[in-house]
Design a protein around this ligand. Structure first.
Ligand SMILES: Cc1ncc(COP(=O)(O)O)c(C=O)c1O
Length: 394
């Protein structure tokens, strides 16, 4: 008798993209001099206030089973949040809670994409997107996000990329890895193309609270804000970035009622509900804790400026100033190295780990992504190492 083979659905979902990080992490375990500027892990912990609420909830017995949609208090907080921010009139039937943006995205793609359907995606892209689409049996149609357009999606490039198989636009705004933020006008035009072509929109907004909006002009705008688009828009997000709480795995999706009804059984069959004590903390965080995001945003911005100025002065590696988020991209074309080679050599020679652009799509091989999530002192040290390395190789 032979075992059944393991399905192709779970093959090649892209975990090798994180190899440069995992390799450097292993090195750092035995050598404390190794600096990791690889992943988007906040360098502060969840606030004492939120930690205490979680502990209190556990002690008060909020440890039983929940339900597939989410705890009532959290669902209500989310309804209020999106009604306030997007001028909607949604109810709890429009919300599903999941462990993080990642699972919310996974469930959304599972709910919308049939075998052979096409998902339109800006490239460079977040490293897990290709795997999520592949898991559902979908294919990816890439829309190049051009450096000369600051890695923003151009609505006419989107329109030109649509085919008869296109079903969904997976939009990431604010964008990882570039930190680009789309304007209201761009979002309206993108939504218009989606409406004209009968596309669903999934909007990954996990960085929405980390926008460098010090000029009062840089404003976040969601497809959910666009009139007549909410019946085909699904927003996915979480408290991972906004509240420095990635390990809590607490996220959600907001979408049309018929879509949420259809996806609810997926949540029930896969998760059997979220943790009530985490729901309590998340509901409180959404309603009360806005300081953590501001604090992180301020430090990420200052670190980005610091690295930007150092790299700019090299005249060899060109930094691209982000408008939001936890990362800065740099163009390494002039070094003549591929992003994989640059990252490998930098780690070996200077004990500094970055992520190669190659992990973020087909249009990112000339880029490296630098995480801003280590303390200022280490950022300064990283800048010295980067400068020395760049001057040595060119
Ligand atoms: C664009 C993007 N989407 C989703 C995620 C996953 O977020 P979560 O921790 O909420 O699952 C990340 C994490 O870095 C991300 O950068």
């Amino acid at each position: 008798m032979q075992f059944a083979s393991i399905t192709k659905r779970v093959a090649k979902l892209g975990s090798e993209k994180w190899m440069p990080h995992l390799k450097a992490k292993k090195m750092a375990e035995i050598d404390p001099d190794v600096i990791l500027l690889t992943i988007g892990q906040p360098d502060i912990s969840v606030s004492d206030e939120l930690a205490n609420i979680t502990i209190k909830a556990i002690k008060e017995g909020r440890t039983g089973y929940s339900n597939g949609r989410g705890e009532q208090n959290l669902v209500s907080s989310l309804v209020n949040k999106y009604n306030d921010e997007c001028g909607l009139n949604i109810t709890e039937k429009n919300v599903l809670c999941f462990p993080g943006t990642q699972t919310s995205l996974f469930a959304s793609i599972m709910g919308l994409v049939n075998e052979g359907d096409e998902v339109l995606l800006g490239d460079p892209l977040y490293a897990t997107y290709e795997g999520v689409v592949a898991a559902a049996g979908g294919t990816i149609k890439r829309i190049e996000l051009k450096k000369e357009n600051s890695f923003r999606m151009n609505p006419s490039d989107l329109a030109n990329s649509v085919t008869s198989k296109s079903k969904v636009l997976l939009l990431n705004n604010p964008h990882n890895p570039s930190g680009a933020l789309l304007t209201k006008k761009e979002i309206e035009e993108i939504v218009k193309v989606c409406l004209q072509n009968d596309l669903w929109i999934i909007s990954d907004e996990v960085y929405a609270s980390l926008i460098y909006d010090f000029d009062n002009k840089t404003e976040f705008y969601s497809p959910l804000n666009v009139r007549d688009a909410s019946h085909r828009t699904i927003v996915v997000s979480s408290i991972s970035k906004s509240h420095a709480a990635p390990g809590f795995r607490s996220g959600w999706l907001v979408g049309p009622k018929n879509f949420c009804d259809a996806v609810l059984p997926l949540s029930e069959t896969m998760l059997f509900g979220n943790q009530p004590f985490i729901a309590d903390m998340t509901a409180y965080a959404l309603e009360n804790d806005f300081r953590t995001a501001k604090k992180m945003r301020d430090s990420y911005y200052h670190r980005a400026v610091n690295i930007y100025e150092v790299l700019k002065k090299t005249n060899k590696v060109e930094p691209i100033m982000p408008q939001s988020g936890m990362f800065l991209l740099a163009d390494i074309s002039k070094t003549g190295l591929s992003s994989d080679a640059f990252v490998k050599q930098l780690l070996e020679e200077e004990k500094l780990a970055l992520m190669p652009g190659a992990s973020f799509g087909e249009n990112a091989h000339h880029l490296v992504r630098i995480s801003l999530t280590v303390p200022d002192k280490m950022i300064n040290l990283s800048c010295e190492r980067l400068k020395r390395f760049i001057n040595r190789i060119i």
